[in-house]
Design a protein around this ligand. Structure first.
Ligand SMILES: Nc1ncnc2c1ncn2[C@@H]1O[C@H](COP(=O)(O)OP(=O)(O)OP(=O)(O)O)[C@@H](O)[C@H]1O
Ligand SMILES: [Mg+2]
Length: 255
């Protein structure tokens, strides 16, 4: 199977002024196309930091270890170069971009990245946007300005659909989404998986998995910057029923 993501002994520190704080503390992860890897863990365990590190956010410096994408080490690549190679990150808290209209931004993306002709990009974007419930007139709005929680998440999914990356990282795409939006996002994740993409999904809840084939799901639990337990979809039920504290106690992961 094609190796999309390989992370070995990763240590990452966040830079704050002159001080550095280590947040990812020796993390290993391996994922292939067509798999969905779920990263779960308590608040503050480092899930978003992991996502931002894979994308190459300049604030998060790699102290040790390596991140490989399609067997190539990408530790030193800029976020832009990582995006060009086919990595996409949907943010936990998408930012508002005042003054930039959705339609202009998305047309620019598909023309530049997918090489869609200027004459066709408008219809291309509008058609895909409808699949995630954005009407044509909605696309004249500024990016995320005044968006509801669910709209922000659907807009992140739309960008992933339009860019057609090889690795899709989604940081809590379910937070703030209502039950119908959640079902739609789950279906879109299934489509992405079926087209062979690798998916790294950060979430607190199993409901986002409702349309995904159970045997395709691999679950990893993070605690204090490390993956302390991995398993199948049954781990999600366990987390929801028992909570992290009890699981950590039982596995001796508290030390
Ligand atoms: N830019 C930053 N400056 C200072 N501390 C940071 C920064 N980014 C992350 N941290 C700290 O790193 C730790 C991990 O944060 P992170 O956002 O990765 O957690 P998380 O697992 O995504 O949590 P949540 O489930 O609440 O989203 C936290 O203690 C957080 O305060
Ligand atoms: Mg987070």
């Amino acid at each position: 199977m094609n190796n999309i993501l390989l992370i070995r002994n990763l240590h990452v520190a966040v830079e704050n002024g002159n001080s550095k704080k280590e947040i990812i503390k020796g993390l290993n992860l391996e994922g292939h196309g067509g798999e969905i890897h779920l990263v779960m863990g308590p608040n503050g365990s480092g899930k978003s930091t992991l996502a931002l590190s894979i994308m190459g956010h300049p604030r998060y410096g790699i102290l040790d270890g390596e991140i490989k994408f399609e067997n190539e080490k990408i530790n030193h690549l800029s976020p832009d170069e990582r995006a060009k190679r086919g990595i996409f990150l949907a943010f936990q808290h998408p930012e508002e971009v005042e003054g930039v209209r959705i339609i202009d931004y998305l047309r620019m993306l598909v023309e530049k990245v997918r090489k869609i002709d200027r004459k066709e990009s408008y219809d291309f974007v509008v058609a895909r946007a409808k699949e995630v419930w954005f009407r044509e007139e909605d696309l004249n709005r500024y990016i995320n300005v005044g968006f509801s929680g669910g709209e922000r998440k659907r807009f992140e999914i739309l960008q992933a659909m339009l860019l057609d990356p090889k690795l899709v990282i989604l940081d809590e795409p379910d937070s703030g989404a209502d039950v119908d939006s959640l079902s739609l996002i789950s279906l879109k994740l299934r489509e992405m998986r079926e087209s062979g993409k690798g998916i790294l999904l950060i979430t607190h809840y199993g409901r986002i998995l409702q349309h995904i084939e159970k045997k395709r799901i691999k679950v990893h639990i993070m605690r204090d910057g490390k993956i302390v337990m991995s398993g199948g979809e049954e781990l999600v039920d366990r987390i929801e029923k028992e909570g992290f504290a009890k699981i950590f106690e039982e596995c001796g992961c508290n030390e």
